[in-house]
Design a protein around this ligand. Structure first.
Ligand SMILES: Nc1ncnc2c1ncn2[C@@H]1O[C@H](COP(=O)(O)OP(=O)(O)O)[C@@H](O)[C@H]1O
Ligand SMILES: [Mg+2]
Length: 226
């Protein structure tokens, strides 16, 4: 099986005025393509930091990241931006939709940056919103949608550029259990049908059950990786 993402001794230190924080220490993982990965651990254990380092949103202090066997030059902003744009989608707990844009416009935003014709962009946004179960909510603004629907828009948007990997930071953290299951099943579908690798940070034991590969962190260190 192909390894999509792997790390060697990945560390991230923050130099805070109150002292050095070792948010991640020597994390080495190897993730097969198409995995559904869950990342758990107590608050402050480095889950978000790991997600941001793996997705090229922050630069590690030391260690290496490989995407499909190729080392990412994490010193280069251009390499990190390209990696994020071409290969990754990101979903946050608070949905992070643009409030004055409709569901359709939110999904069109990343599509407008990739050189497709206007017609193709619209067609792809339609497909994505339908896949996310929002066929009849395309022209709604975020405030006109339920929390679960807003997260569906965020998922549709994350899929826009056909990423190889989706990173989700507590995507069900603001949802009640019923809506959480709907969102988790949508992510599972995307993982099964499109073979998109998913990394999902979660506090919830229910959400953790969706993981085929489980990463558990404690004080920035890897406890479990199976
Ligand atoms: N930008 C930052 N500057 C300084 N310290 C940070 C920063 N981001 C996170 N930290 C610290 O790094 C540790 C790990 O944080 P985080 O990755 O957000 O944990 P988790 O997502 O597991 O709750 C925490 O001790 C946190 O306070
Ligand atoms: Mg976090």
């Amino acid at each position: 099986m192909t390894t999509i993402l792997s790390t060697e001794s990945l560390s991230k230190h923050y130099y805070h005025r109150d002292g050095l924080i070792e948010a991640l220490s020597n994390v080495s993982v190897s993730i097969p393509e198409g995995s559904f990965v869950t990342i758990t651990g107590p608050s402050g254990s480095g889950k978000t930091t790991l997600l941001m380092a793996l997705s090229g949103l922050i630069r590690p202090t030391s260690g290496k990241i490989y995407f499909k066997g190729q080392e990412l030059d994490t010193d280069s902003d251009k390499v990190l931006v390209d990696f994020r744009k071409k290969h990754t989608g990101f979903i946050m707990q608070n949905f992070s939709l643009i409030p004055y844009m409709t569901a359709m416009q939110n999904v069109l935003l990343p599509l407008s940056l990739n050189g497709l014709s206007a017609e193709k962009q619209k067609q792809r946004a339609d497909e994505l919103l339908e896949l996310a179960g929002l066929a009849n909510r395309k022209n709604h603004f975020p405030r006109e949608l339920s929390a679960g629907q807003q997260q569906r828009v965020a998922i549709a948007r994350a899929l826009a550029n056909k990423p190889a990997i989706i990173f989700a930071d507590e995507p069900t953290g603001n949802l009640d259990p019923l809506l959480s299951v709907e969102i988790l099943n949508l992510l599972k579908d995307i993982n099964d049908k499109n073979r998109i690798t998913i990394f999902m940070v979660t506090h919830s034991p229910l959400a953790n059950q969706y993981g085929k590969v489980k990463i558990h962190l404690k004080e920035g260190r890897l406890m479990d990786h199976q």
